[in-house]
Design a protein around this ligand. Structure first.
Ligand code: GUN
Length: 293
């Protein structure tokens, strides 16, 4: 039996800490931090995530602005919106929700965001700083996982961490953060991906597995070592007519099997997902603090 890494409770705690900081700022007559989110199109999952980010801002006293753009907006129009946000002094940071429609080049869009306002930590300048272990905005999902490990006091120094998936948003930065100097950190990391051979042989050797693949129930008990720490980043919508929403959210980890073998495990939902939002808010507070000083 494993101990659940409760991302929901931990994220609520972080949000309470931030809410207290906002109250202190307001008591000093200062404005609250301000986050904007740009959403292009009507993708159901993206709408849910962005809605949740905006609601969380409101809950802790941050100001928030949601900018919704049509699916058929041109790249030039989106870049013009980003330029406006870069120059808006009432804003501390903003995000452009990914994925973007196929006709828009994500690399060009991310490159257009001013690094000082890039609270997602996706801009090459911030990504580079993160890789060098410098203070900067860290992509919210891997940042949330590191924070969860920290708050549960899990020591991963010298341990073998296996990351599944090499996306720019999760897998790649995760592999860097786990291996960076620090606590948590100092792990020996294997980054696996779609071309990896004999994946199960590698995961079976892992003291910690971070799965960011997007394949429901992919990681089964036979792929996991006894006592491993299991972090599930998967949030795939699976059709389920019995559910009022018509779907359920399923992680990469076969939870019922793997929880019997793991020492610690994140549930889906209620694990990594809520931590992502809390760390975006944390990054926004960092942007605010930099602006104010
Ligand atoms: N799409 C999935 N995760 C994220 C995220 O953390 N930030 C943005 N901007 N888009 C995402």
């Amino acid at each position: 039996m494993s101990i659940i890494l409760d991302g929901k409770a931990t994220s609520n705690q972080i949000k309470e800490e931030l809410a207290e900081q906002v109250l202190a700022l307001k008591a000093q007559g200062k404005r609250p931090p301000h986050l904007a989110a740009v959403l292009v199109g009507n993708d159901g999952a993206s709408l849910t995530y962005v809605g949740s980010k905006v609601r969380s801002c409101q809950k802790i006293g941050f100001e928030s602005t949601l900018i919704q753009l049509e699916d058929n907006i041109t790249q030039a129009e989106l870049l013009a919106t980003i330029e406006k946000l870069n120059n808006d002094t009432s804003l501390d940071g903003f995000i452009v929700q990914l994925p973007l429609p196929k006709h828009i080049d994500e690399e060009v869009v991310i490159d257009a965001i001013h690094p000082d306002k890039d609270v997602d930590g996706f801009h090459p300048t911030n990504f580079g700083k993160m890789a060098l272990g410098m203070k900067t905005f860290i992509p919210a999902t891997p940042f949330g996982i590191m924070e969860l490990l920290k708050r549960y006091k899990l020591d991963i120094s010298g341990k073998h961490a296996v990351v599944i998936g090499r996306s720019h948003i999760v897998g790649r930065p995760m592999s860097i953060l786990l291996s960076n100097k620090g606590n948590p950190g100092n792990a020996t990391v294997t980054l696996t991906h779609s071309r990896t051979q004999n994946l199960a042989d590698i995961t079976k050797e892992a003291d910690i597995v971070v799965s960011a693949l997007g394949v429901p129930n992919f990681l089964t008990a036979d792929m996991v070592k006894d006592g491993a720490i299991i972090i599930d980043v998967g949030i795939t919508r699976v059709t389920d007519a019995n559910h009022p929403k018509g779907y359920v959210i399923v992680g990469d980890v076969h939870y019922d099997q793997v929880k019997e073998k793991a020492s610690y495990i994140t549930p889906v939902p209620g694990g990594v997902g809520p931590m992502t939002i809390a760390m975006l808010l944390q990054n926004t507070m960092l942007a605010y603090t930099r602006n104010a000083s």
